[in-house]
Design a protein around this ligand. Structure first.
Ligand code: PGA
Length: 242
């Protein structure tokens, strides 16, 4: 695994954005999957800036949502789709025909999981996944002990995830289950960019690196991918030893 450590969270985001824009320029019409978490938000801002300067056409590729809170509509403030729409899709002017979004208020989660999975298959798999490491190591809603499911999954949310979720919502919102692309399917991506920034992520970054393939740490299950880059700022990288 390539590990890149930069001085600041902005530098980490800048590195990720530069890699993504090069990827898009080299492979238009590819399928990208961007995490809707807090960590990649700055990457979106920089990508949009690169597009304004005509360095990349963000509408030349397709996007599939990584995950969604079950029970939240796409319009709910704090839903994964709303975070993506407000911070990336709408600002970047991505046509809806280029986006596969989750419906968190679907009548049948089973059909919804299959629908997103079929979209991925129809595009020949995910070409590039931009992922953030959660406080418990979760990747999307692949929680500790979820393993490496190959398709899309409905997951009972870990206590840490339920607690961390509060940062996304203006009003108290109970979330119990998540819908997500499975970690096994993410691991089939041609390229993975995994990010963590901030001192609060230093312990989980240490575990991710020092305990590879530990089922209690979802991020550690990705580290033996053949084309993965782990991008860290110096705070997130402050506790592990290589
Ligand atoms: P999370 O994602 O916020 O859902 O835990 C990780 C991150 O982007 O910080």
């Amino acid at each position: 695994m390539e590990i890149i450590i930069t001085d600041t969270a902005y530098d980490t985001a800048n590195d990720a954005a530069s890699r993504i824009s090069t990827f898009i320029n080299n492979k238009p019409n590819s399928l990208l999957c961007f995490a809707a978490g807090e960590t990649p938000l700055c990457v979106f801002t920089i990508l949009i800036d690169l597009q304004k300067k005509n360095h990349v056409d963000l509408s030349s590729v397709y996007y599939v949502g990584l995950d969604e809170w079950e029970g939240l509509s796409q319009d709910t403030k704090g839903s994964c789709y709303q975070v993506m729409s407000d911070n990336f899709y709408t600002v970047a002017g991505i046509p809806s025909s280029r986006i596969k979004r989750w419906n968190g208020i679907c009548v049948s989660p089973e059909d919804e999981l299959n629908d997103v999975y079929q979209y991925i298959i129809a595009h020949g798999g995910i070409d590039l996944a931009l992922l953030g490491i959660g406080m418990n190591g979760h990747i999307g809603f692949n929680e500790p002990f979820t393993g490496l499911p190959k398709k899309c999954i409905r997951v009972k949310l870990d206590k840490t995830t339920q607690s961390v979720s509060k940062k996304y919502f203006d009003i108290p919102t109970k979330v119990s289950y998540g819908l997500s692309i499975g970690a096994g399917e993410l691991k089939n991506s041609q390229k993975i960019i995994l990010m963590a920034t901030g001192i609060h992520k230093a312990d989980i970054v240490k575990s991710t690196i020092e305990l590879p393939n530990d089922i209690s740490i979802p991020s550690s299950l990705l580290t033996d991918h053949q084309n993965i880059s782990l991008l860290l700022d110096k705070d997130a990288a402050s506790k592990f030893s290589l």
